[in-house]
Design a protein. Structure first.
Length: 75
């Protein structure tokens, strides 16, 4: 079944390939689908790490005296 989605070729070391092949078989998916899902998961983890670092920087710079209490915001 042809697809219009972009494709990527990747070269893996044999042990990594074997592990991915076994995992795909265990999960009952193609290696392509497994790799797609693993890439998405890796991107989400990177995004989470970036946003966590960003939030930590913002938290360090906040002036506690200017912060509003929960009841001041939500009544």
């Amino acid at each position: 079944m042809p697809t219009k989605n972009p494709r990527v070729n990747v070269v893996l070391e044999k042990p990594v390939y074997n592990t991915l092949h076994e995992l795909a078989e265990t999960e009952g998916v193609s290696m392509s689908m497994l790799m797609r899902d693993l890439v998405k998961e890796a991107l989400e983890l990177r995004e989470d790490r970036f946003l966590g670092d960003f939030a930590a920087e913002r938290e360090e710079s906040v002036e506690r005296a200017k912060m509003l209490r929960h009841d001041e915001v939500w009544g």
